[in-house]
Design a binder for this molecule. Structure first.
Ligand code: UDP
Length: 273
């Protein structure tokens, strides 16, 4: 159904939100009892994967990989447009495709049909679970945040079955108590909010022991956004691909991460093609 696009050696599904949900519905309704891992690589995660082979392996062996961030959409388009060009031509193409993000958003979506943020997909999965009936467990974030996010999700999706919460941490000493809670509550869907790469590494390390979990996804700061402990960018900023700028204004301590996403990532992509 969807083509795989590779950026900095990480595969992505060129897929719309509706197609992603359809694929998830099909998987949950199917026979496979294996855990399907969904990853949502953003520019920072791709840079991390350059120097972290274990994380790179995880991102390469995931069931679904969605482009979380306007930077990924740009990189996909740049790869397509710069093929066969000289080095100078590539620099020109990089600048043109970056400008197109603002002046011609439609063109920017010629490779990836849309940006698919982890928090949006997570909510769509919760919505879907209302009819398919899977139990959901929310793992991670600061004390009380997962519960608050759960309350908000239930206000929106009252038929969802949110069966467990646990703040905890990805540290090994917390693992047994987490596993006990997960085994008691028997979720089929597990969302993990430890931030990348800790959440993906945790899921990969323990996937064999998470009996019954059929779909899992690292969701970063999503519980904070849903609970309202962090504010999300207004819709117009998201549509313009400026969510990163909003987060920088909200959390100036993220400046290093934003620098990586906005400056180091495009340079790495430029060098890679
Ligand atoms: N977190 C956690 N335990 C840890 C480290 C992080 O629960 O040991 C949580 C943190 O509270 C936050 C999430 O992980 O809810 C990471 O959010 P961040 O904004 O860094 O993720 P992003 O959305 O940028 O991927």
């Amino acid at each position: 159904m969807s083509a795989k696009i590779r950026i900095l050696n990480i595969p992505f599904d060129a897929i719309t939100e509706a197609e992603a949900i359809e694929k998830i519905r099909h998987r949950l309704g199917g026979e496979s009892g294996d855990l399907a891992l969904i990853t949502t690589p953003n520019p920072e995660m791709l840079l991390e994967a350059q120097n972290n082979p274990a994380f790179r392996d995880i991102l390469n062996n995931t069931w679904m990989s969605i482009p979380d961030g306007i930077g990924i959409l740009w990189a996909g388009r740049f790869a397509q447009e710069s093929e066969g060009r000289s080095y100078l031509g590539k620099i020109f193409t990089a600048l043109r495709t970056l400008a197109e993000l603002v002046v011609s958003p439609k063109k920017s979506r010629s490779v990836f049909p849309q940006r698919l943020s982890g928090v949006d997909l997570m909510q769509k999965i919760v919505e879907l679970s209302q009819s398919s009936g899977e139990r959901i467990f929310l793992l991670g974030a600061a004390e009380g945040v997962a519960e608050k996010a759960g309350e908000k999700l239930l206000e929106q999706f009252p038929k969802a079955k949110i069966v467990g919460y646990h703040a905890g941490s990805p540290a090994d000493e917390d693992y047994l108590s987490i596993l006990r809670k997960i085994r008691e509550t028997e979720p089929e869907i597990l969302f993990v909010a430890y931030g990348a790469p800790a959440q993906e590494e945790w899921l990969n390390r323990h996937r064999g022991e998470l009996t019954g979990v059929r779909l899992a996804m690292g969701v970063g700061g999503s519980f904070d956004f849903i609970a309202g402990t962090k504010r999300r960018a207004p819709l117009w900023m998201r549509l313009l691909g400026l969510e990163w700028a909003f987060r920088l204004a909200q959390e100036p301590t993220r400046y290093k991460r934003i620098w990586n996403a906005v400056v180091r990532f495009p340079l790495a992509v430029l060098r890679s093609f």
